[in-house]
Write a protein that binds this ligand. Structure first.
Ligand SMILES: NC(=O)c1ccc[n+]([C@@H]2O[C@H](COP(=O)([O-])OP(=O)(O)OC[C@H]3O[C@@H](n4cnc5c(N)ncnc54)[C@H](O)[C@@H]3O)[C@@H](O)[C@H]2O)c1
Length: 283
């Protein structure tokens, strides 16, 4: 079976990026969210991302038009019933994801592949919420999805080899480098990156240096394209916090304990770029 139509659940930061990437590469895409307001917000950011890509000369206006024609939005997940592959990119919360995968039984068909873009949750636990765990695996994209070259493909102990093969081929067809990784907390990138981000936040919290100094230090001294605090804002403080908590729960490694400053910023609603304020302010 070849994948032609892709369903994306959740049209937030990642969902909108995944929709754009798939449609830009010729797939028909249908995206669902919980309300028209969330859907509209995600589709507006997708539009603006495509416009920027045209302005920068990265894609043609013809490709932008054909990409938009391949995208449909819905607030009724049942509309995803014809899809060959579903990529779930809803909020990082195990109960919410299990509920979504449980509900997929209503539209599931024999050839449907179910992937989750979870950053760190146990894929097998999500897979067991369905009636066909052998067709479930992780497909972990990076932000911003159209730009970042990597996708981590995360089979569980139960994923069938045929499904793994199809998803590897699909990831490559999107122009991504596919890395295979076991269903372990944080996979590769977050397992290494989250302790680094939390350490940078602890330096701010302890007054060792300010955010600009830390980000500049890592850009110039570490040759990183973006500093850790700007990166935390890009990922979203709520997402970083969820990943840290999930990894800590499984590993009990103190490197994953969230600094108090993160909890206070989340309470203040300073989640990073998506709310216009995090460590930095965004227009
Ligand atoms: N932000 C990142 O840098 C990043 C990177 C890789 C993976 N992820 C993962 O991607 C997923 C989404 O993260 P995000 O940053 O896009 O979050 P987000 O908060 O920007 O978007 C989540 C979206 O999912 C929607 N949603 C929630 N429940 C839903 C449901 N039942 N059905 C349909 N839509 C639903 C929300 O309304 C929202 O629009 C998470 O699992 C996260 O861990 C995030």
């Amino acid at each position: 079976m070849s994948i032609k139509q892709v369903g994306v659940i959740g049209c937030g930061v990642m969902g909108a990026g995944i929709v754009q990437l798939c449609a830009q590469n010729g797939y028909q895409v249908i995206v669902s969210d919980v309300s028209q307001a969330f859907l509209d917000k995600g589709l507006a950011s997708l539009n603006s991302s495509l416009n920027k890509a045209v302005e920068k000369g990265k894609i043609t206006s013809e490709l932008m038009d054909s990409t938009l024609k391949r995208i449909r939005g819905t607030i009724n997940m049942v509309d995803l019933h014809d899809c060959d592959l579903i990529i779930e990119a809803a909020t990082e919360n195990i109960a919410a994801k299990k509920a979504i995968f449980g509900n997929l039984a209503k539209i599931d068909h024999d050839d449907m592949i179910l992937a989750t873009n979870t950053s760190c949750l146990s894929i097998i636990d999500i897979a067991k919420a369905t009636n066909r765990p052998e067709r479930v695996l992780g497909m972990h994209f990076f932000n911003p999805v159209p730009v970042m070259a990597l996708v981590e493909v995360v089979p569980t102990l139960m994923t069938s080899p045929d499904i793994i093969q199809q998803v590897q081929t699909f990831g490559t067809s999107l122009g991504k480098t596919v890395i295979m990784v076991k269903d372990a907390p944080g996979f590769i990138v977050n397992r290494l990156m989250i302790p680094y981000l939390l350490s940078a936040i602890r330096l701010v919290e302890n007054g060792v240096a300010n955010k600009d100094e830390i980000d500049t230090a890592m850009k110039l001294g570490g040759n990183h394209p973006i500093g850790p605090l700007a990166l935390t804002d890009l990922i979203g403080l709520d997402v970083v916090n969820f990943i840290a908590i999930a990894c800590y729960e499984e590993l009990k490694d103190p490197q994953f304990i969230t600094p108090v400053l993160v909890k206070k910023m989340i309470s203040a609603g300073w989640l990073g770029r998506k709310t216009g304020k995090g460590f930095y302010e965004y227009k």
